[in-house]
Design a protein around this ligand. Structure first.
Ligand code: MG
Length: 347
């Protein structure tokens, strides 16, 4: 097995603001796994929230050696080996996991969805994320998102109530709210949730900081809106301890090291009666298509990272009014385009 890498700068359609900061370019690392005449593609979209950057991803890739494995079919052993190298580096590990699953699908000539035996007849619609912005820009972005039936709004600032009131003047679409740990006081969090309760809100994601789990349990008891854990749940071992504080979990491939871990998390969460949301970072079609392959078992897909960018290096996934249409191609269902092909490999 041979690995090759490229660094690719995803250009954002708009400057993206959340409670933690803002960005206009999102650099990712694209992984190629070459074996037996087949190339599996994977993507690492690192987040500074979890201590990663393209530099840490590349450093991790330079540390690993997959020569001791016979083929990507040894997924379990390969991922256990990657996890033995470090505790973090989750997006770097995800890049390898996605490449492995793409390779396996191509080798067997089936999509990942078929590989898992999913029923693709009933699929939830993905939400479309609107970052924080000035009233003028919010108005413009919501108009641009006219085709998307469910919007996800970033809150967690001083102006939350004004933001919602403004949005409700423009649209009555169902909204998902993400506070990104922005409400630091439980009484303030409850006040905000009470304000949201009659505003056609589907759920509130990560209302409070991840280290305030007792406050979040208190909040959940008093809240009539479902609470979804994001920053509180990175991987499988986090789920049991948050089951009393939340109604669902937001799984992100980049946080949990990829599809293998995501499947284990989904089964565990379902066993604890938790709903399954799948979110994303700013990502290309490689990682978004990987998430879309799991759509039949998701309650709340939030897989819009590739429509927030203007230079997607891969083709094959279509987001039609929030409905994610995967191609019939095997594996993750995507193929590199000219933008990818003209990007040089990293030494
Ligand atoms: Mg979130």
């Amino acid at each position: 097995m041979n690995l090759k890498f490229k660094i690719y700068n995803l250009q954002l359609r708009h400057v993206f603001r959340i409670a933690r900061g803002e960005e206009s370019i999102a650099p990712i690392v694209i992984v190629e796994l070459h074996h037996d005449g087949i190339i599996g593609y994977g993507e690492a979209a690192p987040s500074s929230r979890y201590g990663e950057s393209v530099e840490t991803v590349v450093k991790f890739y330079h540390k690993i050696n997959l020569a001791k494995f016979n083929s990507p079919f040894e997924t379990d052993s390969i991922m256990n080996y990657l996890n033995s190298i470090s505790n973090g580096d989750t997006s770097a590990k995800c890049g390898i996991d996605l490449a492995i699953h793409d390779w396996i699908g191509k080798k067997l000539n089936i999509s990942l969805s078929n590989y898992f035996g999913f029923d693709r007849s009933k699929l939830a619609t993905s939400s479309f994320t609107i970052g924080m912005d000035s009233p003028e820009m919010l108005f413009k972005k919501i108009k641009e998102a006219d085709d998307y039936p469910i919007l996800k709004i970033k809150l967690g600032s001083e102006n939350d109530e004004e933001t919602i009131k403004l949005i409700r003047k423009i649209t009555d679409k169902p909204l998902c709210v993400d506070a990104n740990e922005g409400w630091k006081d439980k009484n303030l969090a409850l006040e905000r949730i009470k304000f949201l309760e009659d505003k056609n809100i589907l759920f509130v994601e990560q209302p409070m900081p991840a280290n305030q789990i007792k406050d979040t349990e208190w909040l959940r008891e008093k809240s009539n809106l479902p609470l979804i854990a994001d920053e509180n749940v990175l991987s499988l071992s986090d789920i049991a301890q948050i089951a009393n504080a939340f109604d669902g979990i937001n799984i992100k491939l980049m946080k949990c090291t990829g599809i293998r871990e995501a499947m284990r998390m989904i089964h565990t969460a379902q066993g604890l009666n938790l709903k399954i949301m799948m979110g994303c970072m700013i990502e290309s079609s490689i990682a978004i298509s990987a998430g879309a392959q799991l759509l039949p078992i998701l309650n709340y897909p939030d897989l819009d990272g590739n429509v927030l960018i203007t230079n997607d290096p891969f083709d094959g996934l279509i987001n039609k009014n929030g409905n994610l249409l995967i191609s019939n191609r095997p594996g993750l269902g995507v193929e590199p385009n000219e933008k990818y092909n003209s990007t040089p490999y990293l030494k």
